[in-house]
Design a protein around this ligand. Structure first.
Ligand code: AQP
Length: 338
């Protein structure tokens, strides 16, 4: 029997999951889940790095897990778990904090971008976000991490910390931590905002009209696409740098329809925005309908969801504690003799 390579990934329960999270992350996991041993985390400790509502956190955590499954993740094949349920994440994060130079962190683009939005309310947690993410990945000896464009720099950091600050410093022979490789998914790796094609579609954008949420009703989708930014040109193009919104919507259409970008470009070379918006609205509604139906069933069965998360926790915890103990032992922590 060949042993499957392992992947790990996750989404923050920071609000309503949108088509960027789906097409850029979850949809790729669905493709990869049978080829790899798959661990999927709801990263709730990351979700508190910006201001949040404690009344919503637990609800969003459950809803995110339900959406993984509604989008096609098979809980019989994959381990789905909640990050805060496994204390090894926070513990390894602290150890990694203590070996990572601060100037490595000052380069992190996502921190710079997000701290602008948060003005005077930037937490140490937001600054530390990439190290917690490194701990998430490294705890599970992940071989691969499927990442979108926006997370590439964070994975690079995780690799550097593991190699240069742990393995090279604390072990002469065998690696203490496995060095993960990225799986860069090309299509959908950056879905942009509906109201500004140069900005990433994001859960935390205060304007709900900037994104299509996975649970948006058909009439909301219709309204959002109607109001989505367009331009005065005829034809929906992909490669014109002046037309970011056209590129973004064509990309979304191409993924949802399963057609190549070039095929879509030909199909819509003479099409006006009004017609194209109608077609993409129909595609979105049709694609999200089965997800929404499955979600409704799952979220109304908290007993089943809990038992899936309980089982995922059990499998994840064994691996996480094993890695944490290996790191602590190599880094010189006291161990009680048995
Ligand atoms: N717009 C996007 N296009 C493609 N992929 C995206 N992802 C997020 N937005 C897009 C991918 O979704 C996964 C999980 O994201 P996350 O929730 O952990 O954090 P994020 O990247 O910061 O996502 P958001 O929606 O922008 O959340 P907030 O606003 O809370 O920060 C990642 O794999 C990411 O690449």
């Amino acid at each position: 029997m060949t042993i499957k390579k392992r992947i790990l990934s996750g989404v923050q329960p920071t609000g309503d999951l949108h088509i960027g999270n789906w097409l850029g992350a979850i949809n790729n996991w669905v493709t990869l889940q049978h080829q790899y041993e798959t661990f999927l985390c709801v990263v709730d400790l990351h979700a508190i790095t910006a201001s949040y509502n404690p009344k919503e956190l637990s609800k969003n955590t459950l809803s995110t897990a339900a959406l993984y499954i509604a989008c096609g993740i098979d809980p019989k094949t994959c381990s789905i778990f909640v990050q805060s349920q496994i204390s090894a994440h926070a513990e390894l994060c602290w150890i990694l904090n203590c070996v990572t130079p601060i100037n490595w962190m000052e380069r992190m683009i996502q921190f710079k971008e997000k701290s602008i939005d948060q003005a005077n309310n930037v937490s140490i947690g937001l600054f530390d976000y990439p190290i917690l993410m490194a701990a998430d990945i490294l705890l599970y000896d992940a071989d691969f991490v499927p990442v979108g464009e926006d997370q590439k720099q964070h994975l690079e950091l995780a690799r550097d910390i593991a190699q240069q600050r742990i393995n090279a410093k604390f072990s002469k022979d065998k690696n203490i931590l496995k060095i993960p490789q990225p799986i860069i998914m090309k299509r959908g790796s950056k879905i942009m905002s509906l109201i500004d094609g140069t900005k990433k579609m994001s859960k935390s954008d205060p304007n709900d009209g900037s994104r299509i949420n996975l649970l948006d009703a058909p009439e909301i989708i219709t309204k959002k696409i109607k109001r989505a930014k367009s331009d005065s040109s005829i034809g929906i193009e992909f490669n014109n740098p002046e037309r970011a919104e056209s590129k973004n919507l064509l990309m979304i259409y191409s993924i949802l329809s399963g057609k190549e970008i070039s095929q879509c470009e030909n199909e819509f070379s003479e099409t006006g925005w009004g017609t194209f918006k109608k077609l993409i609205t129909e595609k979105l509604i049709e694609s999200l309908e089965p997800i929404q139906e499955k979600y409704k069933i799952l979220i109304n069965d908290p007993y089943q969801l809990n038992s899936i998360l309980q089982e995922g926790k059990g499998k994840a915890e064994v691996l996480a504690n094993k890695t944490l103990n290996r790191v602590k032992s190599k880094l010189g922590f006291f161990e009680i003799e048995k």
